[in-house]
Write a protein that binds this ligand. Structure first.
Ligand SMILES: Nc1nc2c([nH]c(=O)n2[C@H]2C[C@H](O)[C@@H](COP(=O)(O)OP(=O)(O)OP(=O)(O)O)O2)c(=O)[nH]1
Length: 129
């Protein structure tokens, strides 16, 4: 049976209402696809706690976590990803890519120009609705 992983992602918006998009690098699974930064929820963590921790680890900045955006499951070839996304804002430091290939800020209406990880499509639908 395929493993299900619980993953949390941040829809980080700035004062111009742009969204931070992160490109998965060649060292990561799903290389070359765009995602919302975040990662796997560890045992004993709330999704919000995981998200703050992952963003410090991946982007070296502090966020405040807001409302839920989407909660959806996608079956990949080898794994089932249960992705929960939340709106977030940066409250300390500036996002810097350490694991990702690059980061870009895009207005919502341009998000569909990127090639997103399939699990992220319900989040995109919410952002564009
Ligand atoms: N962080 C994040 N992961 C996502 C998104 N969409 C999506 O399908 N994923 C997948 C990619 C990974 O399989 C998993 C997240 O795990 P992770 O961020 O710890 O990725 P990872 O590269 O360290 O995973 P792994 O290769 O070590 O298994 O969820 C997203 O928007 N954000």
């Amino acid at each position: 049976m395929k493993k299900t992983v619980d993953v949390v992602g941040a829809v980080i918006r700035n004062e111009k209402n742009e969204v931070l998009c992160a490109l998965r690098s060649q060292n990561m699974s799903l290389p070359g696809l765009w995602e919302f930064p975040g990662g796997k929820i560890e045992p004993g963590e709330t999704p919000q706690e995981s998200l703050k921790r992952e963003i410090i680890e991946e982007l070296d900045c502090e966020i405040e976590v807001g409302e839920l955006v989407a909660d959806a499951t996608h079956e990949y070839e080898k794994v089932i990803v249960h992705l929960i996304t939340y709106f977030a804002t940066v409250v300390g430091g500036e996002p810097k890519a350490s694991e990702h290939e690059k980061l870009v800020w895009l207005p919502s209406e341009q998000l569909c120009s990127l090639n997103w990880a399939p699990a992220d499509l319900p989040t995109l639908d919410k952002l564009l609705s």
